[in-house]
Design a protein around this ligand. Structure first.
Ligand code: PEP
Ligand code: MN
Length: 334
């Protein structure tokens, strides 16, 4: 397996100049072992936004292959996309996070790959984790692709612009034989988060990265806030050069990543709780009700203590945290 992989290129192929010029800069700065990516068909949330230019963009990717010697990759989401991409000699395909959430569709795509005569020139299929945090679904997707005989690789692209390290860790432990890449662009949703996320990529010994790279990120027609210039990509890769070997520290780093993620969610939940509490405070003010409702407080505290016992958490810990949160809430409502 030719790991490590660095996949770089724009979120979407927008026009010939943008594709060819971005590729020219990438190959000049990082060499032709980079796999050049560009989305031809874009799975966008909003139908009023740019949906990708479609089949025509495959010609621009062919031009990149010829002019730079880089292998090229694009996202496929229907059997027709696969037929067109494979007829155009695209080297690698990837399945996006919305596609990999649907096993019936993934099986259809795998069947299409298996039956196409050009599949011996297909160098691999990258499988992004599904949008819903479901490691079994992701592992199942990998297995469906593996059965086609084409190499399958995995990409951790996070869940709703946040990492789901626990899921990626389970994936790694279950299938250490499958190359696992990090996509800090979609995971973080912001150009500023790429460097710190690549720190994780190194410490967790990922087998490479997919990083959205655009000639002029501010003008990008999709995912503008998360794309970086080829020059910034060079800076990122000079700071965290591939390959990232695994050491005895790697497992500890994974566990710490899991803890960091849980802490982030914990504090986000507390901040969210505070916001709802503020709205309750406004309601109470409107109806001239004092912030503290002793019976309601007793009721939710009792419930929480019961929960603590069922979940083998010390009652004193749960009670003291809850009292602190509640006190801060009351203060906000006053
Ligand atoms: C992409 O890589 O451009 C993309 C749409 O990614 P994801 O499926 O991870 O959202
Ligand atoms: Mn994108």
């Amino acid at each position: 397996m030719p790991a490590p992989f660095l996949i770089a290129g724009p979120c979407a192929a927008e026009n010939q100049t943008q594709v060819v010029e971005t590729a020219r800069q990438v190959v000049l700065l990082l060499g032709n072992t980079v796999i050049f990516r560009a989305g031809v068909w874009k799975p966008r949330t909003n139908p009023n936004t740019f949906q990708g230019v479609g089949e025509e963009a495959l010609l621009w990717l062919q031009q990149v292959q010829k002019q730079t010697g880089m292998a090229v990759a694009t996202e496929v989401a229907t059997p027709e996309h696969i037929e067109q991409a494979m007829a155009a000699g695209i080297d690698y395909l990837w399945l996006g996070a919305r596609t990999t959430a649907n096993p019936i569709l993934v099986q259809q795509l795998a069947d299409t790959i298996a039956r196409l005569p050009q599949n011996d020139t297909l160098r691999g299929v990258f499988v992004k984790n599904p949008v819903n945090e479901d490691v079994q679904l992701w592992l199942g997707d990998i297995e469906r692709i593996e059965r086609t005989g084409v190499p399958a690789m995995a990409i951790h692209r996070g869940c709703a612009h946040r990492p789901c390290w626990a899921m990626a860790h389970t994936f790694r432990l279950t299938r250490p034989d499958i190359p696992l890449l990090l996509d800090p662009s979609h995971l973080g949703g912001s150009a500023a988060k790429i460097m710190p996320l690549m720190h994780y990529a190194r410490d967790l010994a990922f087998d490479g990265a997919m990083i959205e790279t655009h000639l002029a990120p501010q003008d990008a027609l999709s995912d503008a806030p998360q794309q970086i210039t080829p020059l910034r990509l060079k800076n990122v890769m000079d700071t965290y050069p591939l390959p990232y070997g695994s050491t005895e520290q790697t497992e500890l780093s994974w566990l710490r990543a899991e803890i960091d993620e849980i802490d982030d969610r914990l504090w986000d939940c507390i901040a969210m709780r505070m916001k709802v509490s503020e709205r309750i405070g406004q309601w109470k003010k409107r109806y001239d009700i004092p912030p503290l409702q002793q019976s309601r407080f007793n009721e939710i505290l009792e419930k929480r203590i019961e929960w603590a016992e069922q979940n083998q958490l010390p009652r004193t810990l749960v009670e003291s945290i809850f009292r602190d949160i509640h006190a801060a809430s009351l203060k906000r409502q006053e």
